[in-house]
Write a protein that binds this ligand. Structure first.
Ligand SMILES: [Zn+2]
Ligand SMILES: [Zn+2]
Length: 167
């Protein structure tokens, strides 16, 4: 996602606004996100403050996450805020750099999306999860397994399945 700031590049105190929308692939967001259900929208402004460029923006995207207990897909609206300072002189330690008159905000958008994900997502507060022995979805009924014994082989298969799952 690119913000063109050529308008304010040489104009101290100047401000420009942008409104971007981009389709992104879930590839870089796995296993946290299975799929994106909408484009990522980012809207904000960039101000030229003494030759530094302060970017303030808000963004949102709808995504499909996995229930932490039963792995069922769960829709989740991700909303995020961005505050970032950019410089094209490379002299600021705290700032991101850019060259020319275009700022690529993709890295900060990616960070913001990952940062805004919930620690835990469940399909429903009383989701019973999967049986740790046979893998049956316990929301669909009891399987009768003795859950005091947990098969470590199945546990590792389950985490593999979670990472490689294609939707
Ligand atoms: Zn669930
Ligand atoms: Zn079972």
């Amino acid at each position: 996602m690119f913000v063109d700031i050529s308008e304010i590049l040489m104009q101290k105190g100047g401000q420009t606004s942008f409104n971007l929308s981009a389709d992104i692939l879930p590839k870089d967001y796995k296993p946290n996100i299975n799929e994106f259900l909408s484009p990522v929208k980012v809207e904000g402004t960039v101000s030229n403050t003494d030759g530094k460029f302060s970017l303030t923006a808000k963004g949102n995207v709808k995504a499909l996450l996995s229930c932490n207990r039963c792995l069922k897909p769960v829709k989740y609206d991700i909303a995020f805020d961005i505050e970032e300072v950019y410089t094209n002189t490379g002299s600021e330690d705290e700032a991101e750099t850019f060259t020319g008159s275009i700022i690529d905000i993709s890295p900060v958008v990616r960070r913001s999306i990952l940062f805004s994900l919930p620690m835990k997502v469940v399909c429903s507060e009383d989701c019973k999860g999967l049986c740790p022995v046979c893998g049956k979805d316990l929301n669909e009924g009891e399987c009768g397994c003795d859950t005091s014994y947990i098969n470590p082989k199945f546990e590792s298969l389950r985490s593999l399945f979670k990472c490689d799952e294609e939707v």
